[in-house]
Design a protein around this ligand. Structure first.
Ligand code: ATP
Length: 411
């Protein structure tokens, strides 16, 4: 994620967390299943921890083609604990496999979980988690495109991030993944929806510019919160800048600016000129903003709104994601994978802001012949086949900074 402003000021709740120190390449960590992992260089940085390339421990150093990453944070930090909870409940390889089979899907846009544990170093205790290594992140692509994505791409990303199956594009090669489940939340444990309740101590959780109004108010996230975040992301991708980005240091200002955007048409008029304002985005945002806290969003309707947007520009969701600077040439034409993430109703998780902000572009190689430019070998599936990822420079959805001021850098 790009460096974002630190949230500060009144109403800012999240407690201070400790930063992890950087471990040298070659550090060996042993997970709770007694499997040892060797760290390579860091490939990403969150607000409180680092993400390292990693491989099962062996004589060899960990190279740039590592198939795993390990996220390490001081053990007392909450988000990694929360994230681990998500991964162990929802993303163990056998669980994902079962889910795919049950849903008749080929792939799911959630990295697989391979292990976790605690590691002591210099008198300090760290928590770590091993997951699939993915490719470049969407934020990086956004910056490469001059901070604006073409409308077709935004609509396609919107369709994928709605977490619905988009159909059998079996030969597609790029997939959008969601990572960073540090704020994942079970919005309906055992099928019982959580009640709306504001907690002043939790105000403004998430990446400040995109976080939902629910989160600003300290309410636990729900499905509409995810969609609000997605709406803000899509508007920013289209126009380059959200109206409240001038004062991200002030979460109350950001919250109030979002709340004051009751008239969606006026909100979008601050972002687009009259001729550039995409009609479907207005309809989409209106639909999202009309949702109640416990409403099940009309995902199909939301999808068709975005599909209609594609039609209106004589485009279709053809499984090619073209990262083209607006009014320019494509930087890296690419295809998108067979299946996008499917709505995870059964997991009863609320995938919140950081997740949407943490979208990886990932290209599994066993299903493709040609290597696009700038490939970096990486990743693995359960079958231990290596695969390649298209990457410009850095890895993972380098999106994200929480309003708590988590900064990210990437290698
Ligand atoms: N599975 C992955 N494969 C490759 N790179 C990754 C992966 N996961 C994360 N990264 C890289 O590390 C960066 C930080 O990841 P992540 O958002 O999970 O960390 P975080 O500590 O939770 O960050 P934050 O403090 O913003 O919540 C990402 O932006 C990305 O560049």
């Amino acid at each position: 994620m790009p460096p974002k402003a630190k949230a500060a000021g009144k109403g800012r709740a999240p407690a201070k967390r400790k930063l992890a120190e950087e471990f040298p390449p070659g550090e060996v960590l042993t997970d709770t299943g007694k499997k040892s992992w060797k760290l390579g260089p860091p490939v990403g940085k969150g607000g409180f921890g680092l993400i390292y390339l990693a491989e099962p421990n062996s004589e060899k150093p960990v190279g740039p083609d590592a198939r795993y990453v390990i996220k390490v944070e001081p053990s007392e930090n909450g988000p990694l604990f929360c994230e681990l909870n998500f991964y162990t409940r929802a993303a163990k390889p056998d669980l994902i496999q079962k889910w795919l089979k049950a849903q008749n899907l080929k792939q799911l846009g959630v990295p697989k979980y391979w292990g976790s544990g605690q590691h002591d170093k210099a008198g300090k205790r760290y928590r770590f988690m091993v997951i699939d290594r993915l490719g470049t992140d969407l934020q990086k692509k956004f910056e490469e495109c001059g901070k604006r994505f073409p409308r077709k791409l935004v609509l396609q990303l919107g369709l994928r991030l709605l977490l619905l199956d988009i159909g059998p594009h079996v030969h597609a090669v790029l997939q959008v993944y969601l990572v960073d489940y540090g704020l994942a939340y079970r919005y309906a444990p055992d099928g019982v929806l959580k009640e709306y309740k504001e907690d002043p101590k939790k105000c403004h959780n998430g990446t400040i510019e995109f976080t939902s109004i629910d989160a600003h108010k300290g309410a636990s996230p729900c499905r509409r919160s995810d969609l609000q975040i997605l709406s803000y992301c899509m508007v920013q991708w289209l126009c380059g800048r959200l109206p409240w980005e001038d004062r991200l240091q002030d979460p109350v200002y950001v919250r109030d600016s979002k709340i004051s955007q009751e008239n969606i048409s006026e909100f979008l008029s601050q972002c687009f000129s009259t001729q550039d304002k995409p009609a479907e985005i207005q309809v989409f945002v209106e639909e999202v903003m009309s949702l109640g806290y416990n409403d099940k969003p009309p995902y199909e309707r939301l999808r068709s709104i975005l599909q209609n947007g594609l039609k209106s520009i004589q485009a279709k969701d053809d499984s090619k994601l073209e990262f083209t600077p607006v009014n320019g040439e494509p930087t890296l034409p690419a295809k998108v994978s067979t299946h996008t993430p499917t709505h995870h109703e059964t997991f009863r998780y609320q995938l919140i802001i950081i997740i949407i902000l943490s979208v990886c572009i990932f290209k599994p190689v066993p299903w493709t012949a040609a290597r696009p430019r700038k490939l970096l070998s990486a990743g693995k599936q359960g079958d231990h086949k290596s695969r390649m990822m298209e990457t410009a420079t850095q890895t993972s959805p380098g999106l994200g900074l929480r309003s708590r001021g988590r900064k990210k850098v990437s290698s």
